[in-house]
Every structure is written in structure tokens, then in C-alpha cells.
Design a protein around this ligand. Structure first.
Ligand SMILES: N[C@@H](CCC[C@H](N)C(=O)O)C(=O)O
Length: 271
């Protein structure tokens, strides 16, 4: 039997298993990830974050002394970025004294991201560019179909604006479809967004590699970028997700995401 120590944390109830692996010794096999993330027979989580030195990550060619957020979805696939995961990763580094200050860089598959401990224990992360792609895409769910805004936040997103009352009624146990198929050759995270008022959005999300989650940080950034492009709104955008509240600020096309990050405990997993 193998034993793994883990921590568990969440950011607006988007929950993650955290594995410390400084020197990159763990075999992050998809079956291992799926087993841990299973909510009945495993620990249960939307994803796994491995904490590894960037110098131990073969594909990382940047600054070697930083920590690398090695993120996996619950189905064992990798993703380029995870906005909520980045804050939880940062909280873990701070708690475990793996960083000296509350302001540092983290390596991700989508590049280097800066993290700051903000007021009231919140964490602010520079997510980087949220790029709107000028391509006509649609999203379908059952009989319904909507035009969507294609947004690249390092990972792929389709943002759909829905009418009053529609958001609560969506059945996101189903996988949304999209067209054209080749708009998202590697799958997509789909955000359904309602505009509650100026600068205030509500959102539900179906995450690639997971299903419906209580929150998606990069999805919140994608929704805010799509809203800003359509309205010209130029201040902080507050987004309510089923798991809590997040705030997005823009500096040009670059987005900052601010929100909570909590470590709930630690344990040992036997396999
Ligand atoms: N929950 C995340 C996004 C995780 C990755 C996503 N499912 C993907 O495959 O791109 C977030 O907070 O951004």
C-alpha cells in the first residue's frame, strides 16, 4: 500500500487536493487523480494541485526558483490555468512557509502569475490577459442554443449571457455542446452569466474535465471580460457564483482576480 499526505482547500467552494512534491517524484497518472477526486470512494475534489519546484518541471523554461502549480482536473486531464486554484496554492505556500513574503510569483502552464495577499485575508492574483476571440460560436444545452463569447484566459472559455430567471433553471448535470466543433478542439469551460446590475454578474459554470462546479476563477475572469467588452464598464466587476463572491479588475486586457482561499485540513490517503 502507498501512502500520500495531502492538504485540502477551496476557493469559493471550488475544491482541490494539494500534494507537496518539491522534487517532482509523484507519478501524476490520470487514474491516480480520478481515484483521489472521487467524492464517494476517494477524498473528493474538483481537481488536484501538485506543489513542485519549477526547476523540477521539464516543460518549464522560465525562472527555476519559483513554485510551479501543477494543476489537474478531476477526470485526470491537465489544464493550463486555474484561477481559484492559484489562490489556494498561494495560501498553502504561505501557511507552510514555503515563501518568505505575501507577494510572489507562481509558475503555471499559462506562464508566470503574480500573487499578493490583499486586505481581509483575501488573495489577489494577476491572471494575465483575458483575450476575446473574434469567432462566432454557439453553445447548446438540451433544446436551447445561445450565441457565446469565446475567451482565452490561458484556458478556453465560452461565455453565454442568459435572461432573468434562466440561470437558476439550467440543468448543468448535462455537458453543454458547442459549434463549430473545432472552435474548441481540446474542450471548453462554459459560463452562463446573468447581468444583475452595472458591474454585478451572477454566474454558473460547467467546467471542462469536472462538470458543474461551485466556482471557476478563470471562468469569472472570462465572464467579466465579455461583459466589459459589451458594455464598456470600466471599474471592478463583482461576480456571484454558487460558492461565493469574486472581484475582477482590469489593467488594459490584463485581469486581476481577488477572492478567498481556505485550507480546510490535511490527511493521509492510502492507495
Ligand atoms: N476551476 C478552475 C479552472 C480549472 C481548469 C478548467 N476546468 C479547465 O480545464 O480549463 C478555475 O478556477 O479557473
Amino acid at each position: 500500500m502507498r501512502r500520500f499526505s495531502f492538504h485540502k482547500g477551496h476557493g469559493t467552494q471550488n475544491d482541490f487536493i494539494i500534494l507537496d512534491d518539491s522534487y517532482g517524484m509523484h507519478d501524476m497518472h490520470p487514474e491516480f487523480i480520478k481515484t483521489m477526486c472521487d467524492r464517494r470512494s476517494g477524498i473528493g475534489a474538483d481537481g488536484v494541485i501538485r506543489v513542485v519546484r519549477a526547476s523540477s518541471v521539464r516543460e518549464w523554461t522560465g525562472e527555476p526558483s519559483v513554485w510551479f502549480m501543477d494543476y489537474y482536473n478531476a477526470d485526470g486531464t491537465t489544464a493550463e490555468m486555474c484561477g481559484n486554484g492559484l489562490r489556494v496554492f498561494a495560501r498553502h505556500l504561505i501557511n507552510e512557509q514555503l515563501v518568505d513574503t505575501g507577494s510572489f510569483d507562481v509558475a503555471t502552464r499559462a506562464g508566470l502569475k503574480h500573487v499578493d495577499v490583499a486586505r481581509h485575508g483575501l488573495i489577489r492574483t494577476d491572471v494575465g490577459a483575458a483575450t476575446l476571440v473574434d469567432e462566432a460560436v454557439t453553445v447548446g444545452l438540451g433544446e436551447r442554443e445561445w450565441p457565446a463569447v469565446k475567451v482565452d484566459v490561458g484556458n478556453p472559455h465560452a461565455v453565454v449571457f442568459v435572461d432573468d430567471g434562466e440561470l437558476a433553471d439550467l440543468d448543468l448535470t448535462r455537458q453543454p455542446g458547442w459549434a463549430p466543433q473545432d472552435a474548441y478542439p481540446n474542450g471548453v469551460n462554459v459560463e452562463f452569466v446573468h447581468v444583475d446590475g452595472p458591474g454585478k454578474l451572477s454566474m454558473r459554470v460547467h467546467e471542462r474535465g469536472v462538470g458543474e462546479t461551485k466556482s471557476c476563477g478563470t471562468g469569472v475572469v472570462a465572464a467579466a471580460a465579455a461583459y466589459r467588452a459589451r458594455t464598456g464598464f470600466d471599474s471592478t466587476i463583482e461576480v456571484t457564483v454558487p460558492g461565493g463572491e469574486l472581484a475582477v479588475d482590469f489593467d488594459g486586457d490584463d485581469a486581476c482576480l481577488t477572492g478567498p482561499a481556505v485550507i480546510i485540513g490535511r490527511g493521509e490517503f492510502w492507495l
